[in-house]
Design a protein around this ligand. Structure first.
Ligand code: CUK
Ligand code: CUA
Length: 647
């Protein structure tokens, strides 16, 4: 430590500075000694620390796992900026409490049942020519097959669509290069209809599927009617990726139960895990959505299941739109290279990553040279003839993310707890770094786009074990930041994630995001349109129509108008709340005590709350954001009178 102070410190930018000329050398030395910090630690801190007011260069959108939310944080600081309510009510944002967001969550109800949680996995941006646009984000719910649209104009969820045929999914939400479709692949095979079918019908009735959600860009919404699906064998489809560049029009989906094993541990049969990993290979599905989209226009090419168009396997095969390629058993991630030529597959139970060459696969298809057919008549390409090559990376390769440097990719090793840097063209490993512990996904900056930046890698570690202060048996997960600019990868930050299992992240240059600071006055943020309840100063009023009471209220520092609302017991009360502020960050909240009512009203927004006044009494209401020195005075009273009683 002593020698470090005398030695010149080499800073990240290659700048050579004598430390003693920068700081009181003795003070830094003392802190380093007291906190037991090495020179490497000081460098890591310098690479990640943001002085107050300094902005991050990249913004990361992370799945919030079982919380059903999306987490937004910055790189390199790893500071968390926001949790976005997506599949789950979120009180701070009024998400699931005001009428506008209730309508969004209602879109996620399944067969009439409200679902109040989600298992979010893969966030993805809208794309243009395979590059991230940064105006919308999609994320899937594995548990309850759903896809959500988040408008990055205000970082609010504006739509949830329910998959009409799947009972489980995983390979969502992958976006085609010009956001033509958002791809959602099923996971556990199940009947596509909603009826009971015994497991004996597994091969005849249970199915996988790919749904192509049509994104209506001008509306910023998924068009459910224009969306369709492709039927697939019951192979337990997994992750997916859309082709780009020379593989434009194609998409790729892994699977892990080509055995079509149906379990039965309770009857003394081998468990699923054994039966599903018997074969040496499983299948990568390769399908052409440009052909399928044309097929879906003609009723003779599809069947209708639950009011949704589904193209049968046989139709896809007859039109050269569906093929299988063997891949090492129980694969996981499938990632298309930035130029679209190579497809990299990680095999959980294999030490290799397999690099497929789309050009070779396409040539086999064009020549109709197949190695065979699966039981459903799908042509199978020869594995060796499809491969560019395989590289031994280590134990449990899962996911891949690309570098700006041609041919360079980073792969997570779940079992080895490492990230490997390697060259998928020259088929050789370059470097490896330990992570803590059991990494799932990883991400390099814009690393899954057609123009990866690289620069930093994020390791999304499933276990943190001993990395943080203990907080009970349920440990936080660990997102680690790695500097990948040099020849050696350097771990520079650990961030505990206290919210679900954040499977996957996607990163974007902060400069590409252009969020609004306030709303146009009277905006219903979930539709983007002017609210019917927009109320300007002087328009505040209470209207009664039989038992329906509608309040048109405004909020501005530091009062709510009106300050007294009187209704009869069992009235149906709707309160429109317009925040008249034009200054940024002057959000007002609105709560009615004891009535389970809350809303967040950002400047310009109109939100509404609705409740049945079924409790008699006096109920204070107030602003829940500390918005001014007279914030506590920003209040009023709701009076609920029983019309049958004399007071
Ligand atoms: S999955 Cu979790 S580590 Cu859902 Cu993308 Cu691979
Ligand atoms: Cu408005 Cu506190």
């Amino acid at each position: 430590m002593h020698s470090f102070i005398k030695k010149p410190l080499v800073l990240g930018a290659g700048l050579c500075l004598s430390l003693s000329s920068l700081f009181g050398a003795s003070e830094l030395e003392t802190i380093m000694k007291e906190r037991n910090l090495s020179e490497k630690d000081i460098l890591a801190a310098a690479k990640t620390y943001q002085p107050s007011g300094r902005k991050d260069e990249y913004i990361v959108f992370s799945s919030g796992g079982q919380s059903g939310q999306v987490i937004v944080y910055g790189v390199p600081s790893m500071r968390i900026y926001k949790y976005i309510g997506v599949f789950t009510p979120e009180p701070w944002q009024g998400y699931g409490y005001d009428n506008e967001s209730k309508a969004v969550l209602k879109g996620g109800a399944i067969r009439g049942k409200d679902i109040t949680w989600g298992d979010t996995h893969h966030p993805n941006f809208t794309e243009k020519n395979g590059e991230y646009v940064g105006d919308y984000l999609f994320i899937n719910d594995k548990a309850n097959p759903r896809t959500a649209v988040i408008n990055l104009h205000d970082f609010e969820t504006t739509q949830i669509v329910v998959n009409p045929i799947m009972k489980s999914e995983h390979g969502g939400s992958f976006v085609t290069p010009n956001t033509e479709y958002v791809i959602e692949a099923s996971q556990y095979a199940a009947p596509l209809d909603n009826n009971y079918h015994p497991i004996e019908e597994y091969e005849s009735v249970y199915r996988g599927a790919i749904t192509f959600w049509k994104f209506d860009y001008p509306k910023g919404k998924i068009d459910e009617k224009a969306s369709f699906s492709l039927e697939l064998p019951p192979y337990m489809q997994d992750l997916s990726d859309a082709g780009k560049g020379e593989s434009m029009g194609w998409a790729f989906t892994n699977s892990f139960n080509s055995e079509m094993y149906t379990g039965g541990i309770e009857k003394g049969l081998p468990p699923f895990e054994a039966g599903m990993s018997r074969n040496d290979t499983d299948y990568m599905h390769m399908y052409n959505w440009q052909i399928l989209e044309k097929l879906a226009k003609d009723p003779k090419n599809y069947k209708v299941i639950n009011n949704h168009r589904v193209i049968p396997i046989s139709v896809a095969v007859a039109n050269n739109a569906l093929f299988l390629v063997p891949e090492p058993k129980s694969p996981h991630g499938v990632d298309v290279s930035p130029d679209g030529r190579y497809i990299i597959v990680g095999g959980k139970l294999d030490t290799h990553a397999s690099v497929y060459d789309f050009r070779k696969m396409k040539a086999l298809i064009d020549k109709k040279e197949f190695a065979g057919k699966d039981p459903f008549g799908i042509p199978i390409l020869d594995m060796q003839k499809s491969l560019h090559g395989q590289v031994e990376l280590g134990l449990g390769p899962l996911h891949n993310s690309f570098d700006a440097k041609d041919g360079v990719v980073y792969t997570s090793l779940y079992v080895d707890s490492q990230i490997v840097k390697w060259d998928y063209k020259k088929l050789k490993t370059l470097d490896r770094v330990n992570v803590h512990y059991n990494i799932g996904h990883l991400d390099t900056m814009e690393g899954k786009s057609a123009k990866p930046v690289g620069k930093y890698a994020l390791a999304l570690d499933k276990l943190s074990i001993d990395r943080f202060n203990p907080v009970g048996p349920l440990h936080p997960q660990n997102h680690q930041l790695i500097d990948i600019t040099g020849a050696k990868m350097e771990l520079i930050y650990d961030m505990p994630i206290p919210l679900g299992e954040p499977h996957d992240v996607i990163s974007i240059a902060a400069s590409k995001l252009k969020p609004a600071m306030t709303y146009k006055m009277g905006t219903n943020s979930r539709t983007g349109e002017q609210s019917v309840g927009m109320t300007l100063a002087g328009q505040e009023r209470i209207e009664r129509d039989g038992k329906n009471v509608t309040v048109y209220a405004t909020l501005v520092r530091s009062h709510i108008n009106p300050e007294h609302i009187e209704v009869n017991k069992d009235d149906n009360v709707t309160i429109y709340l317009t925040n008249l502020e034009r200054a940024q960050d002057e959000t007002h909240g609105f709560a009615i005590d004891l009535y389970n009512v809350h809303a967040s009203i950002e400047p310009g927004k109109t939100a509404s709350v609705n409740f049945k006044a079924d409790m008699e009494g006096v109920f204070p209401y107030y602003c829940t954001e500390f918005c001014s020195a007279l914030h506590l005075e920003m209040m009023g009273y709701l009076y609920v009178k029983d019309p049958k009683k004399k007071y």
